[in-house]
Design a protein around this ligand. Sequence first.
Ligand SMILES: N[C@@H](CCC(=O)N[C@@H](CS)C(=O)NCC(=O)O)C(=O)O
Length: 208
Amino acid sequence: MQLIGSYLSPFVRRVAISMNVMDQPYEQNSILAFASPDQIRCHNPLIRVPTIVLDDGDVLVESYAILDYLDELAGDSKRLTPANGPERRRVMKDTAVAVGSMDRAQWAVYEYRHRPQEKVHEPWAEHNDSRAIGGLQYLDRLASEVGETGWLSNTDRMSQSDISAVVAYSFATAVRPNLNLANAAPALTSFVARCEALTPFADAVIPE
Ligand SMILES: N[C@@H](CCC(=O)N[C@@H](CS)C(=O)NCC(=O)O)C(=O)O
């Protein structure tokens, strides 16, 4: 299985960490979508990462669809989003907030990265920053109740919401340091430190 995309992308990183947690072997191909579009276009018409090329040549796009397939492959003992019931609803909701926070932080940073300086619209970046903070503070409230060993969606082991929350926090901190998340989300900050020290996370660090 080939995972296309750099760990600079939070969407790629949440897939990589999920595969590490599930013991799913993969080969990472660290292509940057903006720098090398042709190498991705041949697999994905959207020219976005993550893109996964399966061993039989089939291709999956979009992190949600990829993770859904990986959960199915892993089976009930290893899946990261529960298969059904209130547990599934809860993990789906908390994951959606985490992924929405990634989106918002990305839109804020793209405002500076992909527009000429004279066309940057600061209020749009600030709007997205405030929505990213809103999502991360929701996760912070969950983190304030997990103690030293618990998980954000109250599951008995790590779930997709934990992985996506940690990735969203670390990405937002890297690209929008102005958010000052250590102050704005202190419980989440401690939870992230606990998780980033674990091998599945440390094996997929954000490059310098
Ligand atoms: N909804 C997508 C988001 C993927 C995404 O935005 N990827 C970015 C990298 S972080 C990308 O490939 N951008 C290239 C572009 O926008 O042209 C997912 O969950 O996979």
